[in-house]
Design a binder for this molecule. Sequence first.
Ligand code: DLL
Length: 433
Amino acid sequence: MSKPYLSPMEAAPLHEIRALQSYRLSRTVRRVYENVPFYRKKFDELGIKPDDIKSVDDLPKLPFTYKQDLRDNYPYGLFAAPMDEVVRIHASSGTTGKQTVVGYTQNDLDMWAECAGRALTAAGGDSSDFVHVSYGYGLFTGGLGLHDGAGRIGASVIPASTGNTRRQLQIFKDFHSTILCCTPSYALFLGEARRDAGIPLSEISLKAGVFGAEPWTDEMRRKIEELLGIRAYDIYGLSEITGPGVAYECSEQTGMHINEDFFIAEIIDPETGEVLPEGEKGELVFTTITKEALPLIRYRTRDITMLTREPCSCGRSFVKMKKVMGRSDDMLIIRGINVFPSQVEAVLLELGMQPHYMLVVDRVNNLDTLEIQVEMDEGMQIDAVRMIEQKENQIAKAVESTLNITAKIRLVSPKTIERSEGKAKRVIDKRSL
Ligand code: DLL
């Protein structure tokens, strides 16, 4: 019999959540003021002292933090704990060459495992489950995040990682995987591979899936549920805040409960920065309130969504965020990997190419594809097919080693990529999301 919640806090009354948030917020503000020169300087400039922040209502007085701030303080400049207390490092894509680096103390890792454990519990998981983790392991937070969440609920974790579809299907059958964790597009791919391999649903024991790291639709949910014979739940997170488990879906499947005892969520107008009322669509902003290694104040996620406090039939009282509806910047998520066009541009410039390029993203057989069209320079001495191929391979290798993604490179004739008078158009996304 599965437990309804992992922690009683998930169903606490709003006034209790608010009181806890206020207490933890004021401690966090003090922590960053005392330990992070970047925040001390910012607060001093605005005339804010830690004592001014006493409750959640004071939040709008605080400045925003941006991805660029992490980059400017690369790699560890925003850390608020001494390095000998930091026990784990992860990273995700930055807007150009450098990664966004994040760190965790043991307490931070425990909190993160609690978050991911709550997500698995909400999907019906408990210690009797076999949690099959097919997110990537490594600097990406997906693999180890769900891995530790499974450990938190005492389940048997199967660290399958990504790739090798036939082996994944074999493991489903032989190891009796009951909960699958991976990106929704990979889940769909695995579902179709199961069907095409003629493996009947009766031969696998999967009952649920915890899918996130990229946007997906309810239509895709229905397809995955049908192809794998499961219920599919959304999970949201970002490395800067903690990784997967910042928010998670429950049996109602109408949005993701945000772990409000660890994070305060706001929705703002991305243009003006003004806080919007509940139910309005805007950019999601998080303040971490227990993190020790990398606490972040009003971090701009760039994800567009809305919040709702309508009572949920699962009994949880944590606010819910709707599915992510888009981004307020140009970040793309391709096969679960975050890609900024500016990263591609940096690679091209480093190879001596012109910054005239176009990213064409598509979805073929449920897997994302990326083609990068790059304009040849008029002065370029390329006249043989072999030389074109060589150049394309060179770019593909550089893109792969910098962005961690395979792309098809296509060199195109000079001046064939449309010039823009306003903001350059760098992306054609043919996926219907
Ligand atoms: O994608 C963490 C994660 C791993 C979440 C596994 C869920 C499952 P990053 O690589 O830092 O972290 O990318 C964060 O991915 O700002 C969103 O734009 C997007 N994203 C994450 N989860 C979802 C989701 C991980 N459920 C960025 N729906 C975020 C839509 C998502 N977008």
